[in-house]
Design a protein around this ligand. Sequence first.
Ligand SMILES: [Zn+2]
Length: 195
Amino acid sequence: MPVQRSRSFQDRTLAAMRQGSIPGTHGRVRPLTLLGAPVLHTPCEDVTDFGPELARLVEDMFATMYAAEGVGLAANQVGVPLRVFVYDCPDDEDVRHRGHVVNPRLVEADGVVLRGPEGCLSLPGLEAGTERYDHAVVEGFTADGEPVRLHGTGWFARCLQHECDHLAGEVYVDRLRGWRRRRVLRQAARASWGG
Ligand SMILES: [Zn+2]
């Protein structure tokens, strides 16, 4: 998902990257896959090899997410059909959450359903009001194989649901109905990157 809040959030991220204090500093920016690419519309596979290739993928995904000014990125968005995503995203109380998760499972998605503006790095420049729960919990593993559990509220809850959808081969457009869906598909077809 792209950044939709203050510019300063991004500036702080770039400053921290230059200091080498956050992930992505040593990563390579990979090309983003766009709406319509088969890898984006196919469920990803579980990671079984927790070796150095996985650590490199995570590092490259951070570099790619920051270069694209994103708050979340799934592996199939860089063409890798594995169940991994990275995030650097504020929650309801402006607490910043940054990390990665391997083989995530959305174990809770509940609370109030909110329709909010949602975008995606694979549909650059577009957004649509998309319904999401305002609370979500994801369980998975780190690239070292350690279990992790992520609690999300607000924007971060939206991010967790958005990235889990990616790994299931879905994009936010798949959740839209009616005129919202037709409008964003029409905009995508007209976009410079669109079919
Ligand atoms: Zn996305």
